[in-house]
Every structure is written in structure tokens, then in C-alpha cells.
Ligand binder design. Structure first.
Ligand code: GSH
Length: 370
């Protein structure tokens, strides 16, 4: 592209925290357009906005001083929800259209929302381009604000007493996501409605619902901006998978589902701790903590030198195993894992998700699971 055409082309790019589908609606529905289509302090009146190929649009922008400017054009391309191309010309007092330019808006899904790009081209001169740059920048800022405020809050249904629920709440805390936690009992109807086995946590987000903690964490990480808790480099992605899988299929099964449960939900006739199971599991608890001790020895993290979902997923498990004496002793006896737990348990995301005392309860009254 020549320098001359570059000087007559305006380009804007933003990461906007909603999905392309939602942004497309803000761009194509007149009752949504009026919320942002004009620089800050101005309002607009949509006379016509037929977002279909060859459809006509016409909008007046009204300044705070009462001035009114009208632009109009035709849609060339309408590819929902990825691309919009339309012509643009300002009208004079008699409604005659002046020099025609062209606008292309593209909406690419990306972690954290939509990579939005606007190209407005074929201006007569650089000063005219620059004036439009000021106007578009301000309008697009309003668009971002409207998009953010229209985004529904994710709702996590579960209990902080559940290690899996706590892990997804920690993801929200780490990323600064505004979320709601709906505390329910194990097997509650809200869980049954989403999880085929009624397990917690489940997520509701607008018209979308999801079960399985790692799937929920992935969705939150990709949908919302902020610090990424899943790495993007192939080896680090794979190592995160490795530790999440190992923690959930081995560590959690031994430390929580078998050892801790022998204390909090024993199957003994009188409900007292299941001593046989505890004695049998204690060496296996030590063995697991030994494996994790070696895993964090190098960097103080499970994956590379960054805090990832692998750590988030493990920390609530370590917290719970400390509730029983052999678990607490085994963790204190480790070198690196004990200081790993000490350090990361001071993170605000961990502190703000501290569960209330007592074991999780099942609808119907029995304590069950961690
Ligand atoms: N793989 C599931 C496990 C969820 C799970 O086991 N949740 C426990 C609480 S920590 C639960 O709901 N237990 C009750 C039951 O199994 O009925 C996930 O990652 O979300």
C-alpha cells in the first residue's frame, strides 16, 4: 500500500471483552447502535439501518451544541458475526451525499473476547482522516463500555467446601472476573440440571452452561480478559494438562476421596473415623506429597516458572488434606511443597475463597466428599 493511501486510511484495533456475536448485535441493531454510535457527549438518531447486503443506512449525529451531521451509505458485505463492509458519505444541508469512503469492521474471536478492527478508507486527505480518527476512537470507547456492561456475570454453582468449586472460584479471583457463587449442597437440583451426575461445580453464563471444573476454568480463561491461567506455549500447555490430570485422577483420589473421607464421611457402623482405611492410606498420602515435593522443587511452581491452573487446582487439595493429622504432618515434613503451600496460600485468590468450617453436606443431610 502506498504512503498516500496509508495517509487516507484510518485503522483502529481493540480487544473487546465480549464474543463476536454480541459485538455484531451492538453494530447492527438500531436500538443498540444509539448507545454508542457517536463520540462521547454526542447522541445519534438512526433513520435507517438495514444491515443486509445492499441495505441502506442513514444516521444523524447530534453535538452538545445542537449541531447535527448526517451520514449515509450502503452495506456491501454482511457476514454475521465476522465482517461488515459499508460505504459512508456525509450529507450536506440539502441531503446531497459528498465524497464517499468505505468502512470495514471485523470481529475475530480471541482469548478474552473479540479482536475488533476498523478500517475506514479512501478519505480525501490526511486531516479529514485524522478528524474521523478522533470521532471513531471516542465512539469505539463507548462501544467497549456498552459491551462490557452488557456482559452477563458468570455464576458458579457449588460450594467453597468442594476443592473443585474452589479452584474455579480462584480462577475468577486471579483474573479479576466479577462472578457470583451460588452455594448449594452436594447433589442439589441446580447441579442435577446441568451435570449428568449432579456433581459440583457447574457454570451458568447467560444462555450457556457447563460442567467439569477444568472445562469451566478453560472457558473463563478464554472468555475473560486479564492474567492467563492457562499457558499458550505448547510444552507449557501440555505440562499444565499433565499436572491437572495427575492431581485429579491420582492425588485427589488418594488424599481427599479416600484418606480424608475416612475421617469426614466414614463408612463405619457408628460413624467414627475409619482407622483401617486411615492406616492403609497414610503411607500413600506421604508418597503423593513426596512426588509433588519433587515437582515444585525447581521453580516453586508445577509448570515452568509461572502460576497456572495446575497450581490453582492443587492448592485446595493441599489445604483440605491438612485438616487430618497424618495429612498435616506429611505436608509439614516436605521441604519444597510445604514452602510452596505457604507462599501460594497467601495469594488473595486463595484467601478470598477460604471455605467455611465443616465438611460439605449432601441434600438430605449426610456429610460427603470434599
Ligand atoms: N471431575 C469433576 C469432579 C467434581 C466432583 O467430584 N465434585 C464433588 C465435590 S468436590 C461432588 O460434587 N461430589 C458429590 C457427588 O459425587 O455426588 C470436576 O472436575 O468438576
Amino acid at each position: 500500500m502506498s504512503n498516500e493511501s496509508d495517509a487516507c486510511t484510518l485503522r483502529l484495533e481493540r480487544l473487546i471483552a465480549v464474543a463476536p456475536e454480541e459485538l455484531f448485535v451492538l453494530w447492527t441493531e438500531p436500538d443498540q447502535l444509539v448507545k454508542w454510535w457517536a463520540p462521547e457527549g454526542c447522541t445519534c438518531v438512526v433513520h435507517d439501518f438495514d444491515a443486509r447486503p445492499d441495505g441502506h443506512w442513514r444516521i444523524s449525529m447530534c453535538g452538545p451544541d445542537g449541531t447535527q451531521e448526517t451520514a449515509s451509505g450502503i452495506f456491501r458485505v454482511v457476514e454475521r458475526p465476522r465482517r461488515l463492509v459499508f460505504t459512508w458519505a456525509w450529507e450536506d444541508a440539502g441531503g446531497r451525499r459528498g465524497h464517499e469512503t468505505e468502512v470495514t469492521a471485523t470481529f475475530e474471536p480471541t482469548p478474552g473476547g473479540t479482536r475488533f478492527a476498523l478500517v475506514h478508507e479512501h478519505f480525501e486527505s490526511r486531516p479529514v482522516r485524522d478528524r474521523h480518527d478522533v470521532g471513531w476512537s471516542s465512539a469505539v470507547q463507548r462501544l467497549e463500555n456498552v459491551a462490557r456492561s452488557s456482559m452477563p456475570k458468570p455464576e458458579i454453582v457449588g460450594s467453597l467446601r468442594s476443592t473443585y468449586t474452589r479452584a474455579v472460584c480462584m480462577v475468577c479471583e486471579e483474573k479479576g472476573i466479577e462472578y457470583a457463587l451460588t452455594e448449594v449442597l452436594l447433589g442439589a437440583p441446580e447441579l442435577q440440571a446441568i451435570h449428568p451426575l449432579g456433581k459440583m461445580p457447574v457454570l451458568r453464563h447467560g444462555d450457556f452452561s457447563l460442567f467439569e471444573s477444568k472445562a469451566i476454568a478453560t472457558y473463563l480463561d478464554l472468555t475473560f480478559p486479564g492474567l492467563r491461567v492457562f499457558p499458550s506455549e505448547p510444552r507449557l500447555i501440555a505440562l499444565t494438562e499433565q499436572w491437572v490430570s495427575f492431581s485429579n485422577t491420582v492425588v485427589d483420589v488418594i488424599l481427599i476421596r479416600t484418606y480424608l473421607m475416612a475421617y469426614i464421611a466414614p463408612k463405619t457402623p457408628d460413624g467414627s473415623p475409619d482407622r483401617r482405611a486411615i492406616t492403609e492410606m497414610a503411607p500413600r498420602v506421604r508418597e503423593q506429597l513426596g512426588i509433588l515435593d519433587r515437582a515444585v522443587a525447581g521453580t516453586g511452581y508445577l509448570v515452568g516458572d509461572q502460576f497456572t491452573f495446575a497450581d490453582i487446582n492443587l492448592l485446595p487439595i493441599l489445604d483440605r488434606v491438612r485438616l487430618a493429622p497424618e495429612g498435616a504432618d506429611a505436608l509439614s515434613a516436605t521441604t519444597h511443597l510445604a514452602s510452596y503451600y505457604e507462599r501460594h496460600s497467601s495469594r488473595p485468590s486463595f484467601k478470598r475463597t477460604t471455605p467455611p468450617p465443616g465438611p460439605p453436606r449432601r441434600s438430605g443431610g449426610t456429610p460427603r466428599s470434599a
